[in-house]
Design a protein around this ligand. Structure first.
Ligand code: FEO
Length: 405
């Protein structure tokens, strides 16, 4: 059955977005067990505007919904609150359908779009406080950078009190009813979106929320998941609480130990390291065999940890695919300066040590200065040394975090 669902948000604003219930991994790494939506909105003012588009894969559905409402040639403005392709992916088609349309975005948004689209387009750069007349209505723009790229901003339709925020207040949650009070409980997705995408930008979240507190809002039109209507304030409060909590109580002393182990030797080392780390009161350890662990879970564990300890045997003068995948989960913007070390058992030359140290250093983590690698089987007499190594690593983590305060 063709998807033609269009939803009314206010007298002039309609949702013309797309549901993606089957997606299970977003942006290659983020688990989306509840699917997601790509929300786009039509403002049917005297001068018609589209706010965000949808992922390119769904452009035909998007076009069909738009054409059910208006002739796209009438669109005068395409408002781009954020240019990541899950929102900007259908702009090229929009420009074909609406050749006279002007793209409106922040300076960064227009710069990014220039490289994303590789074509000429009419544009208008707006900044915090600017207004755009749509004839009988006005859009006001609110600077809200780094939510979650430097290009992001909000747009507020003043006459109908509708706020467009793209990623902020969004969630990867798909339900065809779309309105926050008709989709069941999506708190888990809302929190997960904060934990995996937004938490590094908590300071920016708090600043942005301060700016919108003074607005009279009837609906918050997000870029993903439910449209916030009767319960919008609850979600603004909840996100502010998450951000404040994150800043006040950064999980200072969680150590992620991720390892692979062919004959349990590296695993034994991991357990001894953890034993030593746990002798330090303030430290929590997440110890995991990552051989079959989903990447999204590795990503979430690294995100919430302040130190990363990776273990690997050396096989054929190399480390293993799971370690390379783990390198790819490290986000230097989020994880830079986190303390790291590595460990493992090897037979001949032990190249895994250099490979891990080099990769994590290049990814801007901070090396403990030592690693723990042993030849073949760890000797029972040396176990106390491994425990000590873990303890010293944990002590260093605590003292370096204290010296940064
Ligand atoms: Fe939904 Fe940052 O894109």
């Amino acid at each position: 059955m063709k998807d033609t669902q269009v939803l009314e948000i206010s007298p002039s604003v309609k949702w013309i977005g797309v549901l993606d219930p089957d997606i299970r991994t977003f942006d290659i790494v983020m688990e989306t067990k509840f699917g997601t939506t790509y929300n786009s909105y039509l403002i049917n003012a005297e001068k018609k505007a589209i706010v965000e588009t949808v992922k390119e894969k769904f452009v035909d559905i998007f076009e069909r919904k738009l054409r059910l409402q208006i002739d796209p040639v009438e669109v005068e403005y395409i408002i781009v609150n954020h240019t990541e392709p899950d929102h900007s992916g259908s702009i090229k088609r929009m420009l074909e359908m609406s050749p006279n349309a002007t793209i409106v975005g922040s300076g960064n948004a227009i710069r990014y779009l220039t490289d994303l689209l590789n074509c000429e387009f009419k544009y208008l750069v707006v900044k915090d406080g600017d207004e755009l007349s749509l004839g009988n209505m006005t859009l006001k723009f609110i600077g809200a950078p780094n939510l979650h790229w430097p290009d992001s901003m909000f747009s507020f339709l003043q006459e109908e009190n509708v706020l467009f925020t793209c990623d902020l207040f969004g969630a990867h949650y798909c339900h065809q009813n779309m309105y926050d009070d008709r989709v069941g409980n999506f708190d888990e997705s809302f929190k997960y979106y904060f934990e995996v995408i937004l938490c590094p930008f908590s300071r920016f979240i708090i600043k942005a929320i301060e700016k919108i507190r003074k607005l009279e809002i009837k609906a918050i039109c997000t870029g993903h998941g439910p449209i916030l209507t009767s319960r919008w304030k609850r979600y603004v409060d909840l996100l502010e609480e998450y951000a404040k909590e994150y800043l006040m109580n950064p999980v200072k002393h969680t150590i992620f130990i991720g390892y692979v182990s062919a004959y349990s030797k590296t695993q034994e080392l991991a357990e001894k390291l953890a034993e030593g780390m746990l002798m330090i009161d303030e430290v929590k350890v997440e110890i995991h065999d990552i051989e079959n662990m989903p990447l999204s879970q590795i990503d979430a564990l690294i995100a919430k940890s302040t130190a990363v300890v990776l273990g690997s045997p050396t096989i054929n003068q190399n480390t293993l695919i799971q370690l390379y995948q783990t390198f790819a989960m490290i986000n230097p913007i989020r994880d830079r300066t986190k303390l790291f070390t590595s460990f493992g058992s090897y037979g001949w030359s032990g190249e895994a040590e250099k490979i891990i140290t080099s990769a994590l250093s290049q990814l801007k983590l901070k090396h403990f200065g030592r690693n723990l690698f042993v030849k073949f089987t760890p000797k029972p007499n040396d176990y106390q040394m491994y425990v000590e190594f873990g303890k010293e690593f944990a002590q260093q983590l605590i003292s370096s975090s204290c010296s940064e305060q």
